[in-house]
Design a protein around this ligand. Structure first.
Ligand code: NAP
Ligand code: ZN
Length: 349
């Protein structure tokens, strides 16, 4: 099947309309007509070759929601018409220890939604800035939110699960003090989810102008990270800090805010490394500096169901496909509250 898409032919070229081919659904495949797709900062890193190994044409997009349009003969959980999502994973080996535990995100054979090897043309996966996608049923997620919220559900498929997974792994909840650094797409979801889990939430931002907004997202306190006095007020007090910042920065300023046995998890993935932190800031209080990558399929479903139950969606700005390049620039300037989402119906126009 030929569909319209938006992608780039080189790292220094803008995205433009393309036509791509999707495979016919195999016995265990679900074919999805994409209604909306979120714009993640990872899309920009990948399409502009800020990370290694980008293949062109590159069609980004891994915050996908839509409706099932066809299913293979052996598909059991989904039927045409169902509301579904696809996140960052479209395949994995299905038999390693990680896959067996539902941690497909850590499978060595994981196939990301774009820029990963596949037998399908053109030889690497093409993402959700497109009219349709075909995935094995294991990687399709069920959406239980009302259909009217569908566009705002899209960012849960990456920004949601990427913050949910460390919150769950490090047991965020009542009695825990959780910091969220960087109030962008990931960070604003981190605040909402940590708040809904019952933690005391402190937002760290470089933007004084986001103070009130961060509070209305659910932050109990807001710290402007350039203000040493505001930072010092939180010394040795955090159980967990989730760091979503997309640029290299001083990690020590945050590590010293962790209490004994506290952990800071890096989820932001800048193109070049952070300056190495001072080892003494780790050993003195047995602190952990960790990383976390999206989340497995069962945990993604858990997060979606939790959000449906608690009425949680992303704060979005819906755009037409021809405004994708402009949206990338505005995302870089922090000029979005807090996620751009593409109306994929506009790809056909
Ligand atoms: P985003 O919407 O651009 O948000 C990033 C936020 O970081 C900005 O809003 C800003 O918040 C802060 N920031 C940006 N530049 C900064 C700088 N130079 N110094 C300090 N703070 C800065 O991006 P996103 O979509 O949330 O993605 C964030 C990062 O996570 C990206 O690197 C992305 O690739 C990565 N990511 C990782 C995973 C994973 O699995 N680990 C999954 C998805 C995305 P303030 O204005 O509040 O300071
Ligand atoms: Zn993403």
């Amino acid at each position: 099947m030929q569909v319209f898409a938006y992608g780039a032919h080189a790292g220094d070229k803008p995205l433009e309309p393309l036509r791509i081919t999707r495979r016919d659904p195999g016995p265990e495949d679900v074919q999805i007509e994409i209604a909306y797709c979120g714009i993640c900062h990872s899309d920009l890193h990948q399409v502009r070759a800020e990370w290694e190994g980008t293949k062109y044409p590159c069609v980004p997009g891994h915050e996908i929601v839509g409706r099932v349009s066809a299913v293979g003969l052996k598909v059991t959980g989904f039927a045409p018409g169902d509301l579904v999502g696809v996140g960052c994973i479209v395949d994995s080996c299905k038999h390693c220890e990680e896959c067996a535990e539902g941690l497909e995100n850590y499978c060595d054979g994981v196939v990301g939604t774009y820029n990963f090897p596949t037998p399908d043309a053109p030889g690497w996966t093409l993402g959700g800035y497109s009219q349709a996608i075909v995935v094995h049923q294991r990687y399709a997620l069920r959406i239980r939110h009302p259909e009217a919220q569908l566009a705002a559900v899209a960012p849960l498929l990456c920004a949601g699960i990427t913050t949910w997974s460390p919150l769950r792994h490090w047991n965020a909840g009542p009695g825990k003090k959780v910091g969220v650094v960087g109030i962008g797409g990931l960070g604003h979801m981190g605040i909402k989810l940590a708040h809904a889990l019952g933690a005391h939430v402190v937002a760290f931002t470089t933007s004084e102008s986001k103070r009130e907004a961060a509070k209305s997202l659910g932050a109990d306190e807001v710290v402007v990270s350039s203000d040493a006095q505001q930072m010092a007020a939180h010394l040795k007090s955090f159980d967990l800090i989730i760091n979503t910042v997309a640029a290299p920065h001083d990690l020590d300023a945050l590590l010293v805010l962790l209490k004994r046995d506290g952990a800071m998890t890096l989820v932001g993935a800048p193109a070049s490394p952070h300056p190495s932190p001072n080892v003494f800031n780790l050993i003195m209080k047995r602190r952990t500096l960790a990383g976390s990558m999206i989340g497995g399929i069962p945990q993604t479903q858990e997060m979606l169901d939790f959000c449906a139950e608690h009425g949680i969606v992303s704060d979005i700005e819906l755009i037409r496909a021809e405004h994708i390049n402009e949206a990338f620039e505005r995302m870089l300037q922090g000029d979005v509250k807090y996620r751009f989402v593409i109306d994929n119906a506009t790809l056909a126009e």
